[in-house]
Design a protein around this ligand. Structure first.
Ligand code: PLP
Length: 394
């Protein structure tokens, strides 16, 4: 494969596998390929490494190793959490979530709503993308089986007060799940001192490979598995363990925990430099969720009167990878459900780009975007049928 220069600013879609992670995984494909469930020495040795990885993931989350279940992805973790809650509460037919969840939660709720007779409360967000805890309090009733609220939004980076929300859930005796796929490794998570019952993370958002995830399940809560079969993961997730990926995720979690503070101030500096540069050189832009508490690595910027897809195409020609909304909803021409929920005006919402950083980005990456982007926006505004109605700019 020819190696081209790319400026990769789509780290909320997926991240590069860290070299240390890939290195640590390798022997588990070629030498240590035993099945951890086997009774013999070879299997036991593999089991030992998977237990070490479990402890490392637990460490990142402030959890106990036995509270960690390895799954195939963040999406499986989300499904498992919600289906567990409704299976152990078969008489409760109400779920509370938000209108801006990842499809991994949103589409499970929509399915239960349209096909299984569930009533779903989708908490609204304000124009900065924030939820209201009062709205949450008012939505809970005696039929509520579970509350699922993401920790941080994948499109805008807006962080939700999930610790507070979990306390409210606990005080009303309702299970609380959070999709922390974007929060893990980016902001501190400490489940020891929290009321969160279940939490999802995904390997490929924290420099481990695609196809491995975790569901944290608080010790002592009732749980019903999603996959049925063998006794793996203490009977909570059947299927032979993906040991190489588990080992990789363990290493990634360890790196994330060790470097969290340092990396976050680093990516925040890059992100803020990009936003300040854009605001200075391009007119009619808005930073979505810019006044809310946000992840340090995420920037969602709307450019009025241009199509996000066109911006992406021109950026891509220059080797710059970004995203319009989420990877999971792109391909459709509708503006993102997140930006629509925030009531971003349509002339802006259509021209929204998400830039998401990782520790592998550099100042030169930002400089390169700031050099190329103003001309791209200017060019697109010249051909936009709407832009000359108002001040053409950029
Ligand atoms: C990426 C993502 C997921 C899905 O994780 P997969 O491992 O790709 O299934 C779920 N929730 C959020 C917030 C995400 O960003």
């Amino acid at each position: 494969m020819k190696k081209e220069k790319i400026v990769y600013l789509d780290n909320n879609a997926t991240t590069k596998v860290a070299l240390e992670v890939a290195r640590e995984m390798k022997p588990f494909f070629t030498d240590l390929y035993g099945n951890p469930s086997s009774m013999h020495y070879f299997g036991g040795k593999v089991q030992k490494y998977s237990d070490i990885a479990r402890s490392k993931v637990a460490n990142l989350l402030g959890a106990k190793p036995e509270e960690i279940i390895f799954t195939s992805c963040g999406t499986e973790s989300d499904s498992t959490a919600i289906f567990s809650a409704i299976k152990i509460n078969p008489q409760k037919k109400h779920i509370i979530t938000t209108s801006v969840e990842h499809p991994g939660v949103l589409n499970v709720c929509r399915y239960l709503e349209s096909s299984k007779g569930y009533k779903i409360t989708y908490l609204k967000v304000d124009t900065e993308g924030r939820i209201s805890l009062d709205e949450l309090k008012n939505a809970i009733n005696e039929h509520t089986a579970i509350i699922s609220i993401m920790w941080a939004n994948n499109e805008t980076g807006v962080v939700f007060p999930v610790e507070e929300a979990a306390k409210i859930a606990k005080s009303r005796n309702v299970l609380f799940h959070t999709d922390a796929v974007q929060a893990a490794g980016k902001i501190p998570i400490d489940l020891k001192n929290s009321k969160i019952d279940m939490l999802s993370i995904s390997g490929h958002k924290i420099h481990a490979p695609k196809g491995i995830g975790v569901l944290y399940v608080r010790k002592g809560i009732m749980f019903s598995p999603f996959l049925l079969g063998g006794h793996q993961e203490k009977g909570r997730r059947a299927g032979t363990e993906n040991v190489p990926y588990i080992v990789g995720l363990g290493r990634a979690a360890e790196l994330a925990e060790k470097n969290l503070k340092k990396e976050n101030s680093y990516v925040k500096k890059l992100r803020d430099k990009l936003e300040q540069g854009v605001l200075k050189t391009i007119e009619n832009v808005r930073i979505n969720g810019g006044r809310a508490e946000r992840l340090p690595n995420t920037s969602n910027i709307s450019f009025e009167y241009v199509e996000g897809e066109s911006i992406l195409m021109f950026l891509s020609e220059k080797g710059i990878c970004a995203s319009s909304g989420s990877a999971c909803t792109s391909g459709s021409l509708d503006p993102s459900h997140v930006l629509l929920s925030m009531r971003v005006p349509l002339t802006f919402a259509h021209g929204s780009i998400r830039f998401s950083f990782s520790v592998y980005n550099t100042e030169e990456d930002v400089d390169f975007v700031l050099k190329e982007l103003p001309a791209i926006i200017k060019k697109l505004r010249v051909i936009s049928p709407f832009s000359d109605a108002k001040s053409p700019s950029g």
